[in-house]
Design a protein around this ligand. Sequence first.
Ligand code: AMP
Length: 375
Amino acid sequence: MNIYPKAKLGILGSGQLGRMFAIEAIQMGYEVISYSPELNSPCSKVGVKSIVGEYEDKNKILSFLDSIDCLSFEFENISEKCLNYLENYQKNRNFPIRPNPNSIRIAGNRFKEKSLFKELGLEVTNFYYINSFESFEMQKNKIQFPCILKTNRFGYDGKGQSKFKNLVELEEFLKTKNDLDFLIEEIVNFDEEISIIASRFQSGKKFFYLPSKNIHKNHILDTTVHPANLTDNIIKKTIESAAKLMDKLDYVGVLGFEFFRVGERLICNEFSPRPHNSGHFSQNSSQISQFKLQILTLTNREPTWDFEIIPTKKSIMKNIIGFDFSKYDNLYEELLKNENYFYHDYGKEEAKEGRKMGHINYIGDLDLEKSFPVK
Ligand code: AMP
């Protein structure tokens, strides 16, 4: 099924990723309708029709689906109940939901996600799924410390994560919990964190951007440098890993795949079944942004490009988090007078510690200290 303008593109969620998707989609002649519980969302301020409802309100979800021609996502922390509504609707009506709800299910569950990487023969750090005190007792002597404990579901930007130096600390922590649903991961002493943005069309055709280097602060992505300075071997591994994953999931859409690099080893961390913060450079460094790619995959408009790696210019993306703008006085205002800097605002009403408010893309030489002289 091809969906050409003026089709109605549905997006589940209404945050910044939905907003940037909508800005491109509206320019391409589409109508965008978002669904989320949030009033005055980032989406609602850019010409999106925003339906406000709970994700588990079956009737409301179904009437949202009735009002659109196809559905995509801007986040993966979606309950099983909601995913089931979507999956049944998709099956009963042959309705285009891209990527498929099962990909969302796996990306939103760290244990399922890491198990799939392992099944595909991709390298992962040792991990242990703890869903009861019995399962902890059975596995605790195998865990190497230090380790990271992550909530198995509904975690993002380091939320729901804690580090433990030894078994005593970990046991004390778990004793304070009633319900256990955690993934314990051994810490990787990585050289750097990298990610790749990949896309796959219904025919199986794939396009990628070269991988980028990511710098996190307080577990939140702070800066992305594109492209990362990597050996051909590592670049090939990132592309092959993403391709394998997308083929296995029969994935249609865009995804961000995050890795730890240790020398020439590539250790898979997680994937996001949607455009990713580390792919925002593409908005200004390429003719085709990750959001445009999402729209093309969703509407089944497969390009006839004769390349697999999408051409890009060198770029650095810097997130504006919390009170960054006021913290650095007039620095950003000064930088933005230069035409090589591009600001993208998320339309959020209130700044909060750790909240992503916007980002700046810089196009030019990859000298981080020169292009963003902030600590
Ligand atoms: P995640 O939510 O899994 O993406 O984790 C957020 C950040 O925590 C990552 O980008 C890393 O900086 C750090 N991190 C997560 N898991 C590990 C690990 N197993 N070893 C070392 N650092 C990690």
